[in-house]
Design a protein around this ligand. Structure first.
Ligand code: ADP
Length: 345
């Protein structure tokens, strides 16, 4: 099963598209991420007071935590138009030039997966971000002429799941960089509650808490679970999302009480049962579950690390005793001088 098809994956799927209606519009509608919101509101207020567009902003963190939503929120707050694109969608330097020449002062250019921009495209983006100029070359060979166009002052908002893959010169051109973390359960509960209200779904407090508990601290997953439980409640119960309906619906989908699904459990089992708890290389795990390493790193692993089930060590991944306990497996005795599994000590 690919990452996109998993119910508990933070990666966007087609069925998530009507989430757009649920997207927060103002900074105050965004729940959680308090530190990021506070910093953004300062950035926006200060720039507005100076009648200047805000500095370029970079968001990074696992999928589904609100990077795109924040870009829309910022555009709303500064009353700019937003142009949305993604690293892989801008294939040639000319594609970016076309986008840049259509921007107006104060507009937002949102580039998702900004780490996947090509080299030639990045070369155009650097002077555009730094000096608001676009250098274009007309013609070829000795007759080629270079032309410099001035661009209006605009704001690039970049989003990435992999900060480490971002070229250093590009990273440096963002005036503000924010990391988005998994949401606390109380914030997830509010998000689920708010979405249920907007979707006109009846839900009680225990139902919202149970969905929040299993949503992996990820709003996109929470909203998806909400929809699946609503289906269950409508088809098999009285339409109200309760704790019992949530447990039954998510039990059928094999999503456990921490929000782990079959693939998460397989990753843990491979490390524990095939490699004695690790360390084991990412590529080996990837081959064993037929996924690519990048997907494991971006999508599966962050939450398992956040739960304290997996440790990243220089020699590979290890499972901690919490993972053994969660799977109901006996926790192995580890010699005090065994450095391969420090977390078991
Ligand atoms: P990302 O760009 O990080 O993958 P998105 O911004 O697309 O994530 O968010 C995924 C979904 O979660 C959106 O549909 C949005 O409605 C919802 N969402 C994200 N963050 C919040 C939040 N803080 N409050 C309420 N809803 C949120």
């Amino acid at each position: 099963m690919s990452a996109e098809k998993r119910v508990v994956s933070g990666v966007q799927r087609k069925s998530d598209r009507d989430n757009i209606a649920l997207r927060p519009r103002r900074l105050d509608d965004m729940l959680g991420q308090d530190r990021v919101r506070e910093n953004l509101s300062i950035l926006i207020e200060a720039a507005t007071a100076r009648s200047e567009p805000i500095d370029h902003v970079l968001f990074y963190g696992p999928p589904g935590l609100g990077k795109t939503s924040l870009a829309y929120v910022i555009a709303n707050e500064v009353a700019g138009d937003i142009r949305v694109t993604a690293g892989p969608a801008i294939e040639r330097a000319g594609d970016l030039a076309a986008i840049l020449t259509h921007l107006k002062k104060g507009d937002i250019l949102f580039i998702d997966e900004v780490h996947r921009l090509g080299k030639a495209v990045e070369e155009i983006l650097y002077p555009a971000m730094e000096d608001f100029v676009l250098d274009i070359v007309i013609g070829k060979g000795p007759a080629a002429k270079s032309l410099r166009l001035n661009l209006p002052r605009f704001t690039v908002i970049g989003a990435t799941t992999r900060l480490a893959l971002l070229a250093a010169p590009l990273r440096d051109r963002f005036g503000a960089t924010f990391r988005l973390d998994f949401y606390a359960e109380a914030d997830m509960q509010k998000i689920v509650w708010r979405a249920a209200r907007l979707l006109d779904v009846e839900i009680n407090a225990e139902g919202a808490r149970e969905i929040a508990r299993r949503a992996r601290g990820t709003p996109r997953v929470g909203l998806r679970l909400l929809r699946r439980v609503r289906d269950y409640a409508e088809a098999r119960a009285d339409g109200v999302i309760t704790m019992a309906a949530t447990q039954a619906a998510l039990g059928l989908m094999e999503i456990d009480e921490l929000g782990l699904d079959d693939i998460d459990r397989r990753i843990l089992r491979i490390i524990i049962e095939n490699y004695g708890g690790g360390p084991v290389g990412l590529d080996t795990i990837a081959a064993a579950i037929s996924e690519d390493s990048a997907t494991i790193m971006d999508v599966y692993e962050p939450y398992l690390i956040q739960l304290g089930f997996i440790d990243r060590t220089p020699r590979g991944r290890t499972c901690t005793r919490h993972a053994y306990a969660h799977l109901g497996l006996p926790i192995p005795e580890v010699a005090a001088d065994d450095e391969t599994q420090p977390t078991l000590l």
